[in-house]
Design a protein around this ligand. Structure first.
Ligand code: MG
Length: 410
């Protein structure tokens, strides 16, 4: 007696790691209605913006090309090149299956966090542009349609004297009056001159007083004309973050961002639940799984995923959906070119709980030149009605600003 292995094991069965390719899954590529499209090639080029932007293009046998962008960072082009064979021959309309397929195939490269997720995000955004062009629909329409025609943009502000409250207030005034934004963000992890040891994360009382003076100067300068958020870049201890957040309560800031490091959700939750100052975090965790505990444990008041870093447009919409179950708004972190910024705007149009999308390049001077269309006007992005993302790369501008050694797209 014993187990009859012959009934348990088919010796002709081929073993592969969980494989979601169309061939293995028996997903047909032939669909009719002009949807019989195959991916033929994937290319990247890097542009020297205020960050090294990674632009992605996906080519098809129908001659239709989709454009996307991965969050900046070393290694994304190489990872995208490595993923190309997993995309060639596939129908680009299966966006979810293809991104899941890439995540599985790239497990060895570390596909649940870091630059591999970023690289997949750039492909996922290009697939949305491509799918929209194939189906003759704007990308937001692929995501369930619109909650709003215009997506609010907040302007990340800088001055040469970033620690001077008066200089910050003057810059806030300029950005509101001259550039037309009604939503701003300033850095609050700036030196006060009172630091004794920046490694221990502890804030001394005069450091907190200096930060309060920046917040007071900026919020009093703009009054009710603009909402103002402040970013701390994961700098402080839980106790110091709580003292800072408490000291800022009377200024009713839009949010205080990343006061503590991103890894320990218990500390994050403790800080958030200690104060009426809204706390935002999320730009440094990956995929919906990375954001899950921040939302479920209400460890933030506002969730702040970076769309072309966190997993892409649908991944961000899934995070937003989870957040909406906790009545939590989404403020999309963004330091990208007009391509991923517009893609974030499509997501912002399609989710109920969009608060704003960041703009982080106002010092650059040529950000909007990278595409032929207008993107941000008077602090808002009007979501385009053209198929896909509704932005067209200006190849002369791309060529002019390419990083040395990069090649222009075909
Ligand atoms: Mg930030």
């Amino acid at each position: 007696m014993g187990v009859d292995y012959s009934t348990l094991h088919d010796p002709n069965a081929e073993y592969t790691m969980r494989d979601l390719s169309a061939e293995t899954m028996n997903v047909t590529r032939e669909r009719g209605g002009g949807r019989d499209v195959e991916i033929t090639d994937v290319q990247t080029t890097m542009v020297d913006g205020n960050f090294p932007w990674t632009l992605v293009r996906i080519y098809t046998d129908a001659g239709i090309v989709g454009t996307g962008e991965a969050y900046w960072g070393a290694g994304a082009p190489e990872l995208i090149e490595r993923m190309k064979p997993f995309l060639q021959g596939e129908n680009p309309l299966d966006i979810d299956r293809l991104t899941e397929h890439l995540t599985q195939k790239m497990s060895g490269e570390g596909s649940i966090g870091g630059v591999t997720v970023t690289a997949i995000s750039g492909i996922e955004i290009a697939l949305h542009d491509l799918a929209g062009k194939i189906l003759d629909l704007p990308a937001y329409q692929l995501m369930g349609g619109k909650y709003r025609d215009e997506v609010r943009v907040y302007c990340d502000c800088h001055t040469e004297e970033e620690a001077d409250p008066i200089a910050c207030a003057e810059e806030a005034e300029r950005v509101v009056e001259d550039l037309g934004y009604d939503a701003l963000k300033f850095d609050l992890d700036v030196p006060s001159g009172h630091e004794k040891d920046r490694a221990n994360r502890h804030l001394r009382e005069p450091e907190i007083a200096h930060k309060v003076s920046i917040v007071e100067a900026v919020t009093e300068a703009v009054g009710h004309r603009a909402d103002v958020a402040f970013d701390c870049h994961w700098t402080f201890s839980g106790g110091s973050a709580k003292r800072l957040a408490a000291a800022l309560e009377e200024y009713d800031v839009w949010w205080l961002e990343d006061p503590v490091p991103p890894e320990n959700h218990d500390v994050q939750r403790d800080v958030t639940q200690s104060t009426s100052t809204p706390i935002a975090a999320g730009e440094n965790v990956y995929r919906k799984h990375g954001q899950r505990r921040l939302i479920e444990e209400q460890a933030v008041d506002i969730i702040a995923p970076d769309m072309p870093k966190v997993g892409g447009m649908r991944e961000t919409a899934k995070i937003a959906d989870k957040a909406d179950m906790y009545y939590m708004p989404v403020a999309m972190h963004n330091v990208s070119s007009p391509v991923a910024t517009m893609a974030s705007a499509h997501v912002g149009a399609a989710i109920p709980n969009s608060l704003a999308v960041e703009y982080h390049s106002y010092e650059l001077g040529w950000w909007e030149d990278l595409v032929e269309e207008d993107v941000i006007e008077d602090g808002y992005i009007e979501v385009p009605e053209e198929p896909g993302l509704g932005v067209t790369l200006d190849m002369d501008a791309v060529s002019e600003h390419m990083i040395d050694g990069e090649e222009l797209f075909d």
